[in-house]
Design a protein. Structure first.
Length: 118
């Protein structure tokens, strides 16, 4: 994304070993950070769900689709009920885009993320 004037980073809930494995397996060209204690998620007000909510009906279809497309799930960290979020920040302290996942299979649409980069 540096061609768009942006740097990327991923913050995951797994431990350091899982983050390293994910980055190597997927050939991720940007930093993969770990938020194992949930400090970043708490600061960003990213919600967690109950255990049963992990099995949201939309998650089943999304999981099957991802599996067919060749994506694999990685072993979760200690906070398996932590939902995700996507933010586009900067320059400085400017929040340009935010998306809080509503369930485990909900993710920010890539076209919205790219549009926020300008």
């Amino acid at each position: 994304m540096t061609d768009r004037g942006a740097d990327l980073a991923v913050v995951g809930t797994g431990d350091l070993r899982h983050a390293k494995s994910f980055a190597e397996d997927e050939d991720v060209p940007f930093p993969v950070l770990v938020d194992d204690q949930g400090e970043a998620a708490t600061a960003a007000a990213v919600r967690s769900v109950g255990f049963l909510e992990l099995f949201h009906p939309q998650s089943w279809a999304a999981t099957r689709r991802a599996w067919r497309e060749g994506y694999r799930l990685y072993r979760p960290g200690k906070r398996t009920t932590q939902l995700g979020a996507t933010f586009v920040l900067g320059p400085g302290a400017t929040l340009r885009y935010e998306h809080y996942d509503k369930h485990p299979a909900d993710h920010a649409p890539m076209e919205e993320i790219l549009a926020a980069l300008g």
